[in-house]
Design a protein around this ligand. Structure first.
Ligand code: A3P
Length: 321
């Protein structure tokens, strides 16, 4: 699938000729469109999405940069919003379906490869995932009161997670050797990663969350790990579905956290053996699910460089990791 340049329309190919281009981490190239890097396949989908997606006021968009905990966020919000319907965890859809199937990506699934997205099966409120930067979101999303939940993760762990993930795709998906840590680090720090520059992506949503806190909720992966109850309660309140005292007493929130935990999801048969219809194995989305793994891979110089970029780009806006 990663080698399918043919799915890209002539219009997109023409646009690509005018865009800065660099080698992708998996295969083919990345192209910088509206300031952010996309593969041709994803760029094509972003263009169609920008043109065709009609936001509804009640929509909920779950936004991340790749490897920031998207799978986890999708599971939690799905469980949260559907908690009355699936009181009994034994027949919960999350036990038999991967979160990316239950909460599809706009550009990576619904609009991919020239698909005409079918929204007829969605019930309100509709849940979508996306990696599209704020400035490139479809106008109907920007002009709608729909809710955006942004989950970000510290750049060091995010980078290490992308490095592992893309190497897995290279080895299994396209039968190519792995990228060295140094090669990947150079790309990431120059901003050349899928939907990167990482820092610009985060900053756009951070600013938006400060300006419009009722529209954009900004969460951190590390806070979710440290204080899951506090963060998920905040999320529920933001989405207009706060946990009642009765629910808290009855362990509904605890049940959701357990259902969506790394241990539970990663050990389910569907997530061990299943595959997305866009090609990726579900198990590629589960590796360790821990905070701080970067220190096991990066040199002190690499850590210093990432901290320095984060300081330069984000600290001035009050965003620290
Ligand atoms: P690691 O590679 O550090 O383990 P995404 O879902 O955005 O693709 O991000 C994947 C990262 O989230 C991986 O990080 C993965 O292990 C972690 N992850 C997946 N499911 C998780 C869960 N239920 N809880 C916490 N982390 C999870």
């Amino acid at each position: 699938k990663y080698l399918q340049e043919s799915v890209v329309t002539e219009e997109c190919k023409k646009l690509i000729l005018s865009l800065p281009t660099e080698k992708d981490w998996v295969a083919n190239n990345l192209h910088q469109y509206q300031g952010f890097w996309h593969t041709a396949r994803h760029l094509q989908a972003v263009l169609v999405c920008q043109r065709h997606f009609q936001a509804e006021d009640s929509d909920i968009l779950l936004v991340t940069t790749p490897k920031s905990g998207t799978t986890w966020l999708k599971a939690i919000v799905f469980a949260l919003m559907n908690r009355d319907q699936y009181r009994n965890n034994n027949d919960h859809p999350l036990l038999s379906e991967n979160p990316h199937v239950l909460v599809p990506f706009l550009e990576i699934r619904l609009y991919i490869d020239g698909r005409v997205a079918d929204f007829t099966k969605f019930t309100s409120p509709r849940l979508f995932g996306t990696h599209i930067p704020f400035s490139s979101l479809p106008e109907t999303v920007k002009n709608s009161p729909c809710k955006l939940v942004y989950l970000c993760r510290n750049p060091k762990d995010t980078f290490v997670s992308i490095w592992h993930f893309t190497n897995k795709l290279r080895e299994k998906g396209v039968g190519m050797g792995t990228n060295s840590l140094e090669w990947s680090f150079d790309k990431f720090t120059r901003g050349v990663s899928l939907n990167g520059p990482f820092w610009d992506h985060v900053l756009e949503y951070w600013k938006e969350s400060l300006e419009n806190p009722e529209r954009v909720l900004f969460l951190k992966y590390e806070d979710m790990k440290e204080q899951p109850k506090v963060q998920v309660s905040k999320l529920a309140k933001f989405l207009g579905r706060p946990f009642s005292l009765e629910e808290e007493t009855n362990g509904v929130l605890d049940g959701i956290l357990k259902l969506c935990s790394f241990e539970n999801l990663s050990n389910l048969e569907v997530n061990k053996t299943g595959k997305l219809d866009t090609g990726e194995d579900f198990n590629a989305f589960f590796r360790q699910g821990e905070v701080g793994d970067a220190k096991n891979h990066l040199t002190p110089q690499m850590i210093e460089k990432l901290d320095q970029i984060t300081q330069e780009k984000l600290h001035g806006y009050g965003l620290k990791f």
